[in-house]
Design a protein around this ligand. Structure first.
Ligand SMILES: [Zn+2]
Ligand SMILES: [Zn+2]
Length: 259
């Protein structure tokens, strides 16, 4: 069995056919998924989806693209909403210097509030990190120094250096369909050295559909292609990869009760 640790089921492509998405996921051996929050103001939508399906959980957080729209959201708000029984993570929050959709200062402020919420609740922080390796490493080091918190670098596309920093600080790394793309050799190199107890798989659906679905709308069932590629890169069987990643998910997302 596989778990899609990161998808966005509220996006139109999937929201319009959630029963179909669930059926195709089950047929592909994908037995659980986390629908990830991009706007705290829409938390009731994510919680509502998670309440409908016993193997779907949700998170609470503001995507860095929207950091300036939700600067009024404080750590306390995140902590309060995370009490929902189906909410198993904080985020996604982070830094995205590729798109720079929100001012960098707002992104960093949001990230630090989410870190504080992860520290208080003990829930894992789902971190979005794009083209910001130096600043992300600095913030992770500084904040961890003030008190450890569980975290996951999701949809990993950064350097081996940032991967090593995250691992050294106790973090996890999640690989998406990008690992199947021809030009992703650097990411595959990282996938080779991440310890067996520190990595996960995800789709980030509806984005980033893996080969052979590249260009289509992504969905949780496609995490199987990412898992197959990752198993090949690591030189293990798909069964072993499924068992390692599911065990890691259960440990990190402990509130799911899967452990
Ligand atoms: Zn993201
Ligand atoms: Zn995402």
């Amino acid at each position: 069995m596989l778990i899609d640790s990161h998808c966005h089921l509220d996006f139109e492509a999937m929201a319009a056919d959630l029963d179909g998405v669930m059926a195709r996921a089950a047929a592909a051996g994908v037995s659980g998924m986390v629908t990830i929050s991009t706007h705290v103001e829409k938390f009731s939508t994510y919680a509502g989806i998670a309440e409908r399906f016993p193997n779907v959980w949700c998170s609470v957080g503001t995507h860095p693209h929207h950091a300036d729209e939700e600067l009024h959201i404080q750590t306390d708000d995140l902590v309060r909403l995370s009490v929902h029984p189906r909410c198993v993570a904080i985020g996604e929050a982070g830094l995205d210097y590729f798109y720079d959709n929100a001012p960098r200062e707002a992104q960093a402020t949001g990230l630090r509030r989410h870190i504080a919420a992860a520290r208080i609740t003990g829930l894992p922080l789902v971190i979005h990190s794009r083209k910001c390796d130096d600043d992300m490493a600095a913030i992770l080091r500084e904040e961890t120094g003030q008190g450890a918190f569980p975290f996951l670098l999701h949809c990993f596309t950064a350097s081996a250096d940032l991967a090593r920093t995250a691992l050294e600080l106790g973090g996890y790394i999640s690989f998406s369909g990008i690992i199947t793309f021809r030009n992703a050799e650097e990411i595959r190199e990282v996938a080779k050295f991440v310890p067996a107890d520190r990595y996960l798989v995800e789709t980030d659906a509806p984005y980033l559909a893996p080969i052979p679905h590249r260009g289509q709308s992504n969905e949780p069932s496609f995490v199987r292609h990412t898992a197959e590629k990752l198993a090949e890169v690591r030189g293990i069987t798909l069964e072993q990869l499924a068992s390692e990643t599911t065990r890691n998910f259960a440990r990190l997302f402990a509130k799911t009760g899967l452990a």
